[in-house]
Design a protein around this ligand. Structure first.
Ligand SMILES: CC(C)(COP(=O)(O)OP(=O)(O)OC[C@H]1O[C@@H](n2cnc3c(N)ncnc32)[C@H](O)[C@@H]1OP(=O)(O)O)[C@@H](O)C(=O)NCCC(=O)NCCS
Length: 188
């Protein structure tokens, strides 16, 4: 918690310095969506997304944006809703920060903001990036192995193509961890 607060304090200071504003939005204009999706260095998962899917996700689940004092988009993050067995699970997806603003902790800030917004829901994070592991831990999420995941959910993850190689780690918030425990007990 101390580490998290220290980090957030530093990032907020930087936001003020650069006159940037973070807010929750349930719509982005198509030019902005195209700007995010057309960024040349997006990872392959992101490139596979199409505009319509992203618009649908934003309408359903909202997004967090960072804008400069000219209202230009300089960062964003989205949520994706999955139905897994009998539960609804949210996954943070499509994190993007404009090149010029990278390295100031804004990626972390967006992850923190959207996780807090959805704190009453069940959240999962699936990534192979060390930095994402560290950030998830700072956000109080728990690293779980596949054995902890109930069969019904595991099958949904498989169907969604979310069971990947061993470089990938699965982090869940406390609520989802408790659900998994309960569901596992019922399975045995
Ligand atoms: C990933 C990204 C959002 C990080 O933005 P940022 O504001 O620089 O993030 P932070 O300042 O909080 O963290 C900085 C470091 O953590 C890494 N990082 C943070 N979040 C990350 C993520 N989700 N995936 C991979 N790396 C991440 C950054 O690459 C950077 O590493 P470096 O110092 O070795 O260059 C930005 O580099 C970006 O938009 N990249 C292109 C899109 C992308 O790859 N998104 C991630 C997959 S959805």
């Amino acid at each position: 918690m101390k580490k998290y607060l220290e980090k957030i304090r530093g990032v907020n200071k930087k936001l003020l310095e650069l006159e940037l504003v973070v807010s929750f939005q349930d719509i982005l204009c198509t030019e902005e969506i195209a700007k995010v999706l057309n960024t040349s260095d997006l990872d392959t998962n992101l490139k596979k997304l199409n505009e319509n899917l992203l618009i649908k996700r934003i309408r359903e689940n909202g997004c967090y944006t960072i804008r400069n004092n000219s209202q230009e988009l300089v960062g964003c993050i989205f949520m994706h809703k999955h139905i897994m067995g009998r539960i609804i699970v949210y996954e943070r997806v499509t994190l993007w920060v404009a090149r010029k603003y990278r390295g100031n902790g804004f990626g972390f800030l967006l992850m923190a903001k959207i996780s807090a917004h959805y704190s009453n829901e069940l959240i999962i994070s699936i990534s192979s990036e060390k930095k994402v592991f560290e950030n998830n831990e700072l956000l109080g999420m728990k690293h779980i192995n596949l054995g902890v995941i109930p069969g019904l959910v595991l099958r949904s993850l498989q169907a969604l193509g979310k069971i990947k190689n061993t470089d990938y780690r699965y982090y869940v918030n406390t609520s989802l961890f408790k659900w998994f425990k309960k569901m596992k007990e019922l399975e045995t």
